[in-house]
Design a protein around this ligand. Structure first.
Ligand SMILES: Cc1ncc(COP(=O)(O)O)c(C=O)c1O
Length: 387
């Protein structure tokens, strides 16, 4: 008997993970692969955090569940960090710790949107937004963005939509483009959304990894916005699976009930580590200096070999480059690049289901040697690329 499978679970794959698998297969065959497909810090937590965690483990603490909201000490630290970084007072009751930002999206979408609602997001953008929205029966409305709006949505783009939107997701810095919304532009969007009954979800996961432009938080401009953040990027705690939300008043209890039922609580050991990580921001800032160096080498190196149409890399650790002049679709180009040069990069199709064939995303979160070697290999390969 053939059993029923729900369409809700039928979401497209995350292509970056498919590239990672192909790259790993090449490594097993002995190839030296340059990993520029995956966006994660290559360094771990600061030593002081690892030592504190080791002490905690040795203490015999049973590591039981925490409150669904997270450890009060962590919520307090996050509220203090928000005050210090953005000058915004957030009561700790509004901070909600989650299993990475990924689970925060699920809870925020379930709480804020009903099946059939319409939520706008930039294309190109992070693919999981679309896929999680689909899984919960919400329509993702793509907002094609380009250089004219710094690859970010604007109130004008939303204003012209019929029917209108119930929600809007923004990410600044964005994945895959790295481009940011200047604070005034975020304020305009946040106020527009609030005034028009559109729930703004602001993904601030790449805050801390910026190269000169100020990252503003949506909480500063709107009492109805949901802020989502994570310890995965700036804090170098990707595998610890911990993130947080700053919630508007009307969503706190619903998110708490959902979290109690879906996850019970975020990982306790990760929360203990996260309380400590705020004592080591100097070390994390030094890591960001390394990204800044990689970024300069990559952007200049690519321009030098003719890949000079890139989104403004204001933050995060990505360069989103137009490769349409090379004459290959991005999926084919990524496949050939991996096989012929050993460089793994992500095809634009992951981020943009309409125009993704024209672009690829380079991640420069790895070592400087990786970036330098990649440019050398591309310089040698591109003139020989036959289409
Ligand atoms: C823009 C963006 N948001 C959210 C995530 C998910 O991160 P996590 O679940 O590790 O917090 C990622 C991961 O790459 C991302 O790029």
């Amino acid at each position: 008997m053939v059993l029923k499978i729900s369409g809700r679970g039928q979401v497209p794959p995350f292509l970056v993970m498919d590239v990672l698998r192909a790259a790993s297969e090449r490594e097993i065959q002995g190839d030296h692969v340059l990993h520029m497909e995956i966006g994660q810090p290559s360094l771990g937590v600061p030593k002081g955090v690892a030592e504190a965690v080791a002490r905690e483990l040795e203490s015999g603490d049973p590591m039981g569940y925490t409150l669904a909201q997270g450890l009060p000490a962590l919520c307090r630290r996050i509220a203090a960090h928000t005050r210090k970084t953005y000058g915004v007072d957030v009561p700790m009751e509004h901070v909600f710790c989650t299993m990475g930002s990924s689970s925060a999206f699920l809870m925020a979408f379930l709480t804020a949107f009903a099946p059939g609602d319409r939520v706008g997001l930039a294309a190109p953008g992070y693919p999981a937004y679309r896929h999680i929205l689909k899984a919960v029966g919400v329509e993702a409305v793509l907002l094609p963005v380009g250089a004219d709006s710094r690859f970010q949505p604007t109130p004008e783009m939303i204003d012209s939509l019929r029917p209108g939107l119930d929600g809007l997701i923004v990410a600044s810095p964005s994945n895959p483009t790295g481009s940011m919304l200047p604070p005034e532009a975020l304020r305009e969007l946040a106020e527009y959304c609030h005034d028009n009954g559109i729930r703004l979800i602001s993904d601030e996961i790449y805050h801390g990894i910026t190269y000169g432009m100020t990252a503003a938080t949506a909480t500063a401009f709107s009492s109805s916005a949901v802020v989502i953040n994570s310890f995965s990027k700036y804090y170098c705690m990707t595998g610890w699976r911990l993130g947080w939300m700053v919630l508007p008043e009307d969503m706190i209890r619903a998110v708490e009930c959902l979290a109690q039922n879906l996850f019970i609580s975020p990982p306790t050991i990760s929360q203990i580590a996260a309380v400590r990580v705020f004592d080591h921001l100097d070390e994390l800032d030094a890591v960001v200096k390394g990204y800044a160096c990689n970024r300069d080498i990559l952007v200049h190196g690519l321009a030098d070999i003719g890949i000079d149409r890139v989104a403004p890399p204001d933050g995060a650790f990505y360069v989103y480059a137009d490769i349409s002049h090379l004459g290959l679709d991005s999926r084919e180009l990524c496949h050939r690049m991996l096989n012929e040069t050993g460089i793994a990069v992500a095809p634009g199709w992951d981020f943009d289901p309409v125009d993704g064939g024209r672009s690829v995303r380079f991640s420069y979160s790895g070592s400087t040697a990786t970036v330098v070697t990649a440019i050398e290999r591309l310089r040698d390969w591109l003139p020989r690329l036959r289409v």
